[in-house]
Design a protein around this ligand. Structure first.
Ligand SMILES: [Zn+2]
Length: 418
């Protein structure tokens, strides 16, 4: 096998697929902190929200401001909408979004039973290409076209669909295994065939209904690389996503970098991910979502580096490689966490100035004027109204450092229906 020049990028969709999941919520502040963490970790792109949804506008625009300030950089902030012209118009009217993924269903199941005859195969391509043209016209810099339910779409049509997207200037095609229907063998072949025919970089969007989201993602990435294109794996933090979830960010990177058949030829192609940020981002997402990290979660689970049975404990103590494939330090684990057991002063929704000063004093943050102190206290109150759980250091630091953007993120006004 010759030397491969293409790359594997991580495109995290926690702030879109993660938050749209049933019974799961994130405040706009938490979404912002997650974007900052993803950026710190070296994730290439974050699908940061829904630019056609009114309550996202301030959050999205404030995050775009942070990008322009160099705070949220170099990560790419990309929004998700439907591949229809009115969505492109609304997205670019409500927000300053510069990168978009446009989604439309491509499987016969969805054509027949979702569109109910309104759109046939030709109609879908027509709708999609018009949307791509509109996005281009409006200056969108990166356009991804999402084939929803791609894994249940017949190959000839998928090739036709992707070719049309490419002809109209789309930068990527997103292959959505929307129902988690693929398996590693099938997706490898399908992706390789697709990219060899169309020569367009491909995104892999895999769900976990059969427990194979991670394996399908890496198998698809292998297919894309072998087929000669760049590839973008869609992940979410802790695998949170619709139904059984999406491909877990950490597990995908670990699989590429540590698995026997992947690490040397594919793991080296992963675009700069700093796994030492793993612990921090997983813990924060777990807190913000209010969903514990499963005991056996790869890399970050409480048992990922725990040994008890006689032979295992003895072996691990003699040489960690006996029973550990990688080191916990690589994932940013092993640092002691300090938990206050005595008096605790917090600040939040109903906090006052004295408590507030105490909290920020401990974080070594000083405010220049009383006006500034009062302003950040007000923001801390509103931040807590949004999060409805104790504010953590990252959140407190963010509102103190970027009060203008924090104010925007915390401002949500329901649209008046006339
Ligand atoms: Zn999805």
């Amino acid at each position: 096998m010759g030397k491969k020049k293409n790359k594997i990028y991580i495109l995290d969709v926690t702030n879109r697929d993660g938050v749209q999941t049933s019974r799961i919520c994130l405040s706009k502040l938490a979404k912002t902190i997650i974007n900052l963490y993803l950026n710190e970790m070296g994730v290439y792109q974050t699908e940061f929200g829904f630019p056609t949804t009114h309550h996202e506008s301030n959050y999205l625009n404030a995050n775009i401001e942070l990008a322009k300030m160099g705070v949220l950089s170099p990560i790419i902030l990309e929004g998700w909408c439907r591949a229809i012209v009115p969505d492109i118009e609304l997205a670019t009217k409500l927000t300053k979004v510069e990168h978009l993924n446009l989604s439309i269903s491509t499987s016969q199941q969805m054509l027949t039973h979702k569109f109910k005859g309104r759109l046939d195969k030709k109609g879908v391509i027509n709708e999609m290409t018009k949307a791509v043209d509109e996005a281009r016209k409006r200056g969108i810099k990166t356009i991804g076209v999402n084939a929803e339910d791609a894994s249940r779409t017949d190959m000839d049509y998928l090739i036709k669909f992707a070719s049309a997207a490419k002809d109209h200037g789309a930068d990527r095609i997103r292959y959505c295994d929307t129902l988690g229907y693929d398996d590693p063998f099938a997706i490898y072949e399908r992706i390789k065939t697709l990219v060899q025919k169309v020569k367009l970089p491909v995104e892999l969007h895999c769900h976990n209904d059969l427990g194979m989201a991670v394996s399908n993602s890496v198998a698809g990435a292998k297919g894309a690389i072998d087929g000669g294109v760049d590839t973008y794996i869609n992940t979410t933090i802790n695998g949170i996503g619709e139904r059984a979830g999406n491909a877990d960010l950490v597990a995908v990177v670990l699989a590429l970098k540590k698995a026997s058949g992947l690490k040397d030829n594919y793991g080296t192609l992963v675009h700069k991910i700093d796994l030492r940020k793993t612990w921090k981002i997983s813990k924060y997402a777990s807190y913000a979502f209010g969903i514990p990290i499963p005991l056996k979660q790869p890399g970050v689970g409480a048992n990922a580096f725990a040994h008890e049975s006689g032979i295992h404990a003895d072996g691990a103590l003699k040489d960690r490689r006996n029973y550990e494939l990688y080191d916990f330090e690589e994932l940013g684990r092993g640092e002691p966490e300090i938990i206050e057991t005595g008096r605790m002063i917090t600040t939040g929704e109903y906090g006052g100035i004295k408590g507030f000063r105490n909290v920020y004093g401990k974080l070594k943050v000083k405010f220049d004027t009383d006006k500034e102190t009062a302003e950040v206290l007000e923001l801390a109150r509103y931040a807590n109204i949004q999060t409805q759980k104790p504010l953590v250091t990252e959140e407190l630091m963010f509102i103190a450092k970027y009060p203008k953007q924090a104010r925007k993120i915390l401002t949500v006004s329901p649209v008046l229906i006339r």
